[in-house]
Design a protein around this ligand. Structure first.
Ligand code: AMP
Ligand code: MG
Length: 508
């Protein structure tokens, strides 16, 4: 397999880039992937280029200046050698079997080897596919900016996610609640296979396809399992356990930064354990465990604190889909039930990191829960609390009565006595630790900047008026969310009053 850089160096005409496309998962062929050309969206322009990701992928700077790059990343052209495809999947939406769904507005262009490993490039919003059902195959600028920025914000936070390479747009009108305009996000990930891909073929009783899908996935993306050349029953169990552990880890990290996904349907769950499909997501402002970020989620199925339980439910759907490959039910349940230990373990290690605790004590889970209860009772800002706590530890240098250092945290709570109580427990727990060192570590665990709704909304409103600068500002900022960035102090504050009026639904 040729690398991108060598292919570019070899190409006769640098104005027509030859990207070394290969098919990985796409080699499964037509019952999984349907060749589907993008539909041009008219005169396209860049909204943002993620040059840092481009560099990590080994793309030369010239890539961004090549007119064909803009055309290909907006669906107006196809690179030589790329065969865009849409895949078929099904899924459970809001707990109910929804039948066949599929890539209604996503097209995989093919895979490219890179220093980050082989990556599938996907256009989201490049027109209808055989799976669009009643949809238009488009994505609006508003939701595309949210997906573009949040993908990179999550990566900056160290949370497994699909990435976003570029954002293009045109004046093409797109109807949602009102008229908006079209945009295309280029997403990049090792693969975009979802729980729903397995559910699809299982629902048809097509076990041969379920087995082919799993075998190809293991070969391409789980080399540790594939190399063992196990019988399919055992390979499937190992894989299921790995997906279970990765999903537990991912969701625990969501909880640790106050990320609410909003639409945890099984078709939005990645079999690689990546955060996938950014729609009505939200980072919590005030801590509310019952927060529902998706205005279309009337039952609160995907409320913030339900996410770990929902992920487990989704894993059960995946387990059910592949169980016939294993034959017996018991070992499948055993693999899935590793979640019952993996999730609390991953969560507790999140809270320990956030609290700066370097050793484990039995009281830690309760200490963390007590802090969350206080935040909830006082509707305290989640991100600001943890960041101020980090500074307080750093600045208090082991003097448990250093009131000035603790004042910024204490001031977040109306119930001063309850706070004082908790602070005393916490400082007692920190007794044997070096405060300065602990504080420094906490500042690397508790971000100063997250993509709050109002930050995204400001970038969206400016972009809708033709100014894309805030998209790039936020992209650069959120890439390093643990750094201070003194120029961005205003992006680290409490949300303005108008933030509570932003309504985020599935409409995108
Ligand atoms: P989501 O919940 O946004 O991940 O989407 C659920 C399903 O609807 C997926 O199959 C999407 O491809 C499809 N979908 C969402 N929006 C559109 C659209 N505008 N056009 C076509 N299909 C869509
Ligand atoms: Mg989806």
């Amino acid at each position: 397999m040729q690398s991108f850089t060598s292919a570019v160096a070899d190409r006769p005409d640098p104005a027509s880039p030859h990207l070394p496309w290969s098919s990985g998962m796409q080699a499964l062929g037509p019952s999984f992937f349907t060749p589907t050309p993008p539909t041009p969206m008219g005169a396209a322009h860049w909204v943002s280029q993620n040059r840092a990701l481009g560099q990590a992928l080994g793309l030369p700077d010239a890539f961004w200046d090549d007119p064909l790059s803009l055309q290909a990343l907006s669906g107006n052209a196809v690179w030589p050698g790329s065969v865009p495809v849409a895949s078929v999947y099904s899924g459970h939406q809001f707990g109910v079997w929804a039948g066949q769904l599929g890539d209604g507005r996503a097209l995989s262009l093919g895979e490219i080897d890179s220093p980050l490993g082989r990556q599938d490039w996907q256009l989201k919003g490049a027109g209808p596919t055989p799976y669009s059902r009643r949809g238009d195959g488009r994505a609006v600028l508003r939701s595309s900016i949210r997906e573009y920025l949040c993908s990179e914000a999550m990566h900056g936070l160290g949370i497994p996610t699909t990435r976003a390479l570029a954002l293009t747009a045109s004046g093409l009108p797109v109807w949602r609640e009102s008229q908006e305009t079209a945009a295309v996000v280029t997403r990049v990930a090792p693969c975009f296979i979802r729980f729903g891909h397995f559910e699809h073929f299982a629902s048809l009783g097509d076990w041969d396809s379920v087995k082919r899908l799993l075998t190809q996935l293991l070969d391409q993306h789980f080399p540790d399992i594939a190399q063992q050349q196990l019988p399919i029953e055992q390979a499937c169990l190992q894989w299921l356990q790995t997906v279970t552990e990765r999903t537990a880890q991912m969701v625990a990290q969501w909880q640790g930064v106050g990320f609410c996904h909003g639409v945890m349907n099984t078709d939005n769950m990645s079999v690689l354990g990546l955060t996938l499909d950014y729609g009505p997501f939200q980072f919590l402002d005030a801590y509310d465990p019952d927060h529902i970020c998706n205005h279309s989620d009337h039952q609160g199925r995907y409320a913030f604190q339900r996410q770990p339980q929902v992920a487990f439910w989704n894993l059960y759907c995946l387990g059910q889909a592949v169980a016939p490959l294993v034959g017996e039910t018991e070992p499948v349940l055993e693999a899935l039930n590793t979640y019952k230990t993996a999730l609390p373990h991953a969560l507790l290690s999140q809270w320990r990191k956030k609290l700066g605790l370097i050793s484990a004590a039995t009281e830690d889970a309760e200490l963390a829960q007590a802090a969350l209860d206080l935040l909830s009772a006082g509707a305290v800002d989640f991100t600001i609390f943890w960041r101020r706590l980090s500074h307080a530890v750093l600045n208090s240098h082991g003097q448990s009565n250093d009131a000035a250092a603790w004042a910024p945290v204490r001031d977040l709570f109306l119930d001063a006595a309850a706070w004082a109580d908790w602070q005393q427990r916490y400082t007692a727990r920190l007794r044997t630790q070096d405060r300065a060192q602990t504080g420094v570590a906490m500042l690397r665990a508790n971000p100063k900047y997250v993509l709050r709704n109002h930050l995204g909304e400001t970038a969206i409103r400016m972009a809708q008026a033709g100014d894309f600068s805030e998209v790039d500002n936020l992209l650069a900022l959120l890439r390093h969310p643990f750094d201070e960035h003194p120029d961005s102090e205003h992006r680290a504050g409490f949300p303005p009053d108008w933030a509570s009026t932003i309504a985020i639904s599935c409409s995108s």
